[in-house]
Design a protein around this ligand. Sequence first.
Ligand code: UDX
Length: 443
Amino acid sequence: MNVCIVGTGYVGLVSAACFAEMGNAITCVDVNPAVVEMLSNGQVHIWEPGLEELVQRNYAEKRLTFTTSLKEGIEKCDVVFITVGTPSSDDGSCDLCYVEQVAREIGAVMTTPKIIVDKSTVPVGTADFVTSLVQEELDKRGVSIDFTVVSNPEFLKEGDAVNDFMKPDRVIVGTEDENAAAVLGELYAPFARSREKLIVMGVRSAEMTKYAANCMLATKISFINEVANICERVGADVRDVRTGIGSDHRIGYEFIYPGVGYGGSCFPKDVKALIHTAHQYEYTPELLEAVDNVNKRQKKRMAERLVEYFEPQGGVEGKTLALWGIAFKANTDDTREAAALTIIEELTSKGMRVRAFDPVAGEKVKDRFADNDLVEIVDEQYEALEGAQALMVVTEWHQFRTPDFDRVKESLTAPILFDGRNLYNAAAMAEKGFAYFCVGRKS
Ligand code: UDX
């Protein structure tokens, strides 16, 4: 099948590479000439395991091409995916300006019938909005060309996106158009085990499914963080509680790890966007507002505990914290809404110095902190410890799981360890002489 994918971010590029891998001819369109040039040289601008290899192979075998011209991209294809960014506006709503631009351009240049697929996470009603924009552009040209707009939300996790695309739990196709459902069924057949995993539904239900899925997952995390905070106070251990409740298959073990709050490009944004949508329809979504508030509080909690700890010793001002992990989770260089950024900002606003290290995300945040003299991004894990009074682990990278604790202890001026991801054993840490603080259990 000839397919055009507009937007080569995480979702667009992963989708393109995986469709190409199954033998389809994919043209990727991006407005950024630098990105198109990089991709055309076999370099991938996103750090995503397995993606570069897939892109290079399919590019070499000419199933994947890159262009800045949408007109050229959609010429030969029947299916166009919109996979551009949908950032949060200041009021929490989803900013559709890029989706709007692409929709208008499709309407302005298309010459043959198209199935237009919204794959970006977009609020309920966006397929209808895109339909009206494309039609408006066609009307301006005075032409009549068949098209339909389908919702096909993605469920990719950063760091495991290729795998998620290749072996999805489900593929959601939102459309009332039988032909579009059949064409997308064909395209996804190699991934959706010959349609066994294909779920076709109304377009608004598909749009809502994406938000409901992410909000459910965010709710699980805020729930367990709330439980963890209570565990700390009542002397329970949240790890045992997690195992205890997870064994009930209706609850499950997954996605109930407490920590520093959820971050990334999806959960914070999507929870806020659904809250905003609900308010637009004059409904107050109390549970979702609580999920968002619990998360905001959780992202600051480790910093607050550290401040409390240093209070009797004259406060954190002038002291130095070594911080391991800046990315919002392991296996990604993404720092959007990362708890580490909140923690760094909280602590430096109180005059603390922070020496931060991340295996891949350090470079990305150097600019952000360029004007903050209190922040130093270092290139090596143990270098962060030099001259620091305490270590805080914020991201669960493998290399932080079993560090050389003797070296950690020697490098720090005092053996104080704040573990935002419950990576270590409290008794073992006490034995090694650390003052150890973790989440949802005795510190
Ligand atoms: C998420 C969804 O999982 C995916 O289906 C959707 O398409 C996009 O949003 P992603 O944002 O890449 O994916 O990351 P995910 O692995 O879901 O983690 C999100 C955040 O929750 C991270 O900050 C992570 O550290 C945190 N988290 C996750 C927890 O704190 N506890 C958990 O048990 C799981």
